[in-house]
Ligand binder design. Structure first.
Ligand code: MF3
Ligand code: CO
Length: 251
């Protein structure tokens, strides 16, 4: 069942997502060669708590950290570690969830560490743009898979592949609500979108093949072929007109 939210509830989800966005801004400032992913995790946790929020991911199914930090061929769910030191040329996917006053916010960004290769730059840009294409379809009257199809088409037209094993999701009082939102599929399928639905749309795009596997730590998802992967996610609310992108400031 897809839980629709009232304007009041959406206002509260915006507040949770505001902390998510601020946390991203805080970390973006610290990204540089030499810093460890554990240090970034600690900074995010401290900031989230200072704002009165809780990191949504901590303890979720036993997840051991506050944010997910995934480097290069790591797709999602990278566990922060003091031995993972950022290096010039890396790409880092930062996924942050915040629980605040009864609601979750969730967003991911992929950033370059120092100067990155043109190939990495293009992958990161295409993933961000694929998310934007998906968001454009998130309007009342469309069907769910219109979002999925727009993302897949944009990414594959540029020679990239879309991760199939992990998907976006409804979000609200629970971090994961119905529906699941694949980043692939034909248009015109699935439930009709209605005002008040709130989604976390999150393309994970690989430079090589779409196949992924989980490392022995039980969490870190990596590409099987070792190719680079990027991840962008925003939490949005469906309205009568343009979607509200709750996890971007001024939206
Ligand atoms: N943002 C991810 C998601 O939407 C992260 C959750 S996995 C966790 O599913 F274990 F880290 F919480
Ligand atoms: Co998510």
């Amino acid at each position: 069942m897809i839980i629709r939210k009232s304007d009041r509830e959406i206002a509260r989800m915006k507040a949770a997502n505001e902390i998510v966005a601020q946390s991203h801004a805080l970390l973006a400032d610290k990204i540089a060669p030499g810093i460890s992913t554990a240090e970034l995790d600690a900074m995010a946790e401290k900031f989230i708590k200072k704002q009165g929020g809780e990191p949504s991911f901590k303890g979720y199914r036993g997840y051991p950290a506050s944010v997910c930090l995934s480097l290069n061929d790591e797709v999602v769910h990278g566990i922060p570690s003091s031995s993972r030191i950022l290096q010039e040329g890396d790409i880092l996917s930062i996924d942050i969830g915040v629980y605040y006053q009864g609601f979750h916010g969730d967003a991911a960004r992929t950033v370059g560490v120092g100067k990155i290769s043109p190939e990495a730059e293009s992958l990161v840009a295409a993933t961000r743009e694929a998310l934007d294409e998906g968001i454009k379809e998130a309007v009342a009257g469309n069907r769910l898979s219109d979002i999925s199809h727009a993302i897949q088409t944009y990414a594959e037209d540029r020679g990239y592949s879309v991760v199939k094993q992990y998907v976006g999701h409804g979000i609200g009082r629970d971090m994961h609500e119905d529906p699941q939102i694949p980043n692939f599929g034909p248009p015109g399928k699935g439930p009709r979108l209605k005002e008040g639905m709130t989604f976390a749309i999150e393309p994970m795009i690989n430079a090589g093949d779409f196949a992924v596997k989980t490392r022995d730590d039980g969490w870190t998802v990596v590409t099987v072929d070792g190719s680079l992967s990027a991840h962008w996610e925003d939490s949005i609310a469906i309205t009568g007109e343009k979607p509200v992108i709750m996890s971007r400031p001024n939206n």
